[in-house]
Design a protein around this ligand. Structure first.
Ligand SMILES: CC(C)(COP(=O)(O)OP(=O)(O)OC[C@H]1O[C@@H](n2cnc3c(N)ncnc32)[C@H](O)[C@@H]1OP(=O)(O)O)[C@@H](O)C(=O)NCCC(=O)NCCS
Length: 376
């Protein structure tokens, strides 16, 4: 099978929901990231065999190239958590549908007879796991308790994320993966959630959000609701060479794993990692750089703890998220996978690293791990 190369990519700035990119929907954001990724790799758009965007299914771009179905693929994701559709209560929704189908005015009125005043308000979207009804934050609280992850350790991880992300912007490493997005003639050029003024004392003073009485998760040690998009360009080694395009990295292996969502919803990367390592013929010690999605500090720390408990090994924290992670950079759900692969590939290329590993957790108890290797 041909090696699958990562040629490059780009992302929009990641900004807090309801701020600079609030006027743009997911398609605008996806277009901005894709156009920037294509412009940077200077590839002729006629060469693109497939564009895979979003994160609803698992359309593995890698396999389409490895099996020869495609040579150049754009893979990315986009999210506008500002523009999440509001829903109606089931009773109001059923009433409105029945009313729209009723033939007469009295029949229409009868269809809505059961609707109560409390049904009139739209239902705010919740980030809930459908199988358990628990929010992501409540599930992460459960993980913190099971793995005895202290509030202090979570806050320290969050502070580290903000400090490293600020340093990544200051020395230009993060800025180079971001393209501008124009809103009303104004260019949005930078992530806007990184808190340079954050301190351990300020973080310690924040109140828990998801379990107000006994909880440890706060606005400070959770990823924020974010708008943004990211796109990565993949190509077969043969096509990249023929077009004279230089890769950032190559895909060595990947794996998915899943756990019971009622147990530890966001722990599955700890199970995907050993599978990806075994498929690559590598061990944790071979990995030079790790890019782990930070849904919550408690979730990253739980993943590291379970990897150690299960004998997979100890991940040296100084190799993890060397330019911060989703807590500081933000987490536009659909875009984070492409963002972490792009960040990892760029930093591996810059350092001349041999192997890098990226992970992400997801609803449904799912987890993903991908191993990249140096490509020249
Ligand atoms: C946790 C959450 C509810 C917080 O939302 P929020 O209340 O809008 O958060 P804010 O950013 O306004 O922060 C609240 C306060 O904490 C402070 N704060 C947050 N992070 C801080 C930091 N790192 N340092 C110092 N202060 C901080 C803010 O300044 C703010 O203080 P103020 O009220 O005095 O202005 C929201 O971000 C959330 O739902 N996150 C989870 C998303 C999720 O589930 N993702 C799925 C992962 S798979």
């Amino acid at each position: 099978m041909p090696r699958v190369l990562i040629l490059g990519g780009a992302r929009t700035p990641f900004v807090r929901a309801g701020t600079d990119l609030a006027e743009l929907d997911v398609l605008d954001l996806a277009r901005a990231a894709t156009a920037e990724a294509l412009a940077r790799t200077e590839i002729d758009v006629g060469q693109i065999d497939e564009v895979i965007f979003g994160n609803v299914a698992r359309p593995v771009a890698y396999h389409n190239i490895a099996l020869g179905n495609a040579d150049v693929v754009v893979a990315g994701g986009s999210e506008s958590l500002t523009n999440v559709p509001l829903t109606l209560t089931p009773r109001l929704a059923r009433g409105l549908i029945a009313a729209s189908q009723a033939k007469s005015l009295p029949a229409k009125a009868r269809s809505l007879a059961d609707v109560r005043a409390s049904d009139i308000a739209p239902v705010a979207p919740g980030i809930r796991e459908t199988s358990t009804g628990l929010t992501m934050g409540e599930s992460a609280e459960r993980m913190a308790a099971i793995n005895t992850i202290s509030r202090e350790d979570q806050d320290a991880w969050a502070l580290r994320s903000h400090r490293l992300a600020a340093a990544g912007w200051d020395d230009g490493r993060l800025g180079r993966e971001v393209g501008p997005v124009y809103v009303d003639g104004h260019a949005v050029t930078a992530d806007n959630h990184i808190r340079r003024d954050s301190t351990a004392e300020k973080l310690a003073s924040l109140r828990p959000v998801f379990d107000r009485e006994h909880g440890t998760i706060t606005a400070g040690n959770a990823s924020p609701l974010t708008d943004g998009a990211a796109a990565v360009l993949l190509a077969s080694e043969g096509r990249a060479r023929a077009l004279g395009l230089k890769p950032l990295a190559a895909v060595r292996s990947y794996a998915y794993a899943a756990v019971d969502p009622a147990d530890q919803l966001l722990i599955a990367p700890a199970y995907a990692i050993p599978i990806a390592l075994s498929r690559a013929g590598l061990t944790l010690d071979d990995i030079d750089l790790f890019e782990m999605h930070e849904a919550f500090a408690a979730q990253v720390l739980s993943t590291l703890a379970v990897l150690e408990q299960n004998g997979v090994g100890r991940v040296p924290v100084e190799k993890v998220n060397v330019m911060g992670g989703s807590i500081a950079l933000g987490h536009p759900f659909g875009a984070t996978g492409a963002r972490i692969v792009l960040t990892l590939a760029n930093e591996m290329h810059r350092r001349g690293a041999r192997y890098g590993l990226a992970t992400a957790c997801a609803a449904g108890g799912n987890g993903a791990a991908i191993i990249l290797e140096r490509a020249t």
